[in-house]
Design a protein around this ligand. Structure first.
Ligand code: ADP
Ligand code: X2W
Length: 310
């Protein structure tokens, strides 16, 4: 009886042991995980996301969560009879809309994620980029068809202060950050795209990995005509591709490029609709989605399947 029981439990031990090289490699490393509003599809997925993040923390990594909430903001603006308009992939943010952005991100989405994470212990602490000067910005004016365009209270990040995040990490906490910035030059706050904020934080924190969870499998080679996913590309290859990208993929891939050009080892776009996609990506050789690596070390940067050898 006891021998049979041992035997049935063996595959579980095997799975744990297979993760050992990855556990060793990632021990103590900071991982910035961006959870996109479009990937927050249902309660089960959000709960699985929280489990994964807590798992990383308990496995010795230092996860930092940056969350989005675009669809949630749009729904609230709609309820209040305000229109949602995007230019260059960014929300045109009037002062009125900014109040809604701040309320939804910091008051709803962030609170919900903090609550889900804290079901596993006193781990998560929510904050916005306004806190402790974490993210400072000036007004962002994108160039559209050669013209500088005013899209309201949208911020361009000018400085990151990682002090508060680092203190939380040192204390074993999981920071959960809303992408709102303090203004460098007045009393306003700015709406920052969450991919952009996550990438800037990953670079400033010297994170090992930036992981962006969204509602597609990764970067499609020929979107929307085919569903072939680009599994790996270098910063240089991505740079060439950027002008062809559209909508939500623009800030996402610009962010990945910024991250790997500023010290982050890999930036990955993965399918947040797949339960436990974070664990699959970090602890198995079945890396899913798109991985961006720096130019300098093509071929030498750890890839899924070889990561454990480090
Ligand atoms: N080349 C591409 N590959 C994949 N998705 C793309 C591509 N170009 C544009 N997209 C769009 O980008 C979206 C993801 O960005 P976004 O809607 O901002 O999501 P999130 O809320 O996760 O940040 C996809 O759902 C898809 O509609
Ligand atoms: C300037 C800008 O566009 N800000 C975004 C912030 C939220 C976000 O980025 O959410 P997702 O990651 O879910 O897209 C917005 O207002 O929608």
């Amino acid at each position: 009886m006891s021998a049979a029981r041992k035997h049935t439990a063996l595959p579980k031990a095997q799975i744990l042991i297979e993760a050992l090289p990855w556990l060793t490699r990632h021990n103590g490393k900071t991982v910035v995980i961006k959870f996109g509003g479009n990937a927050m599809i249902d309660e089960e997925l959000k709960a699985a996301f929280a489990q994964d993040v807590v798992f990383l923390r308990q496995a010795g990594l230092k996860p930092v969560v940056v969350h989005g909430g675009g669809p949630q903001i749009s729904a609230q603006l709609d309820k209040q009879g305000l229109v949602s308009e995007f230019k260059a992939g960014l929300r045109v943010t009037t002062p009125e809309a900014m109040d809604v952005v701040r309320m939804v991100l910091a008051g709803q989405v962030q609170r919900e994620l903090v609550g889900l994470l804290n079901q596993h212990g006193p781990l998560a602490v929510g904050m916005t980029g306004e806190d402790a000067h974490t993210i400072t910005a000036t007004q962002h004016r994108p160039t559209i068809e050669g013209e500088l365009v005013d899209i309201g209270r949208v911020g361009e990040i000018t400085a990151i202060d990682t002090g508060a995040i680092q203190a939380l990490l040192d204390d074993g906490r999981i920071p959960v950050i809303s992408s709102i910035a303090r203004s460098a030059d007045d009393n306003h706050v700015y709406n920052v795209n969450a991919d952009t904020a996550a990438a800037a934080l990953a670079a400033a924190l010297n994170a090992e990995t930036l992981m962006v969870l969204t509602d597609v499998e990764g970067l499609y080679e020929d979107w929307p005509n085919s569903d072939d996913v680009i599994s790996r590309l270098t910063a240089g290859e991505l740079e060439k591709l950027l002008p062809e990208l559209s909508s939500g993929m623009v800030p996402k891939m610009q962010g990945c490029l910024h991250a790997v050009r500023n010290g982050v080892e890999t930036a990955r776009v993965i399918d947040g609709r797949v339960q436990h996609s974070i664990l699959l990506e970090i602890f198995t050789d079945e890396g899913i989605g798109t991985m961006v690596v720096p130019d300098a070390q093509p071929g030498t940067v750890a890839q899924p399947g070889t990561e454990g050898e480090a």
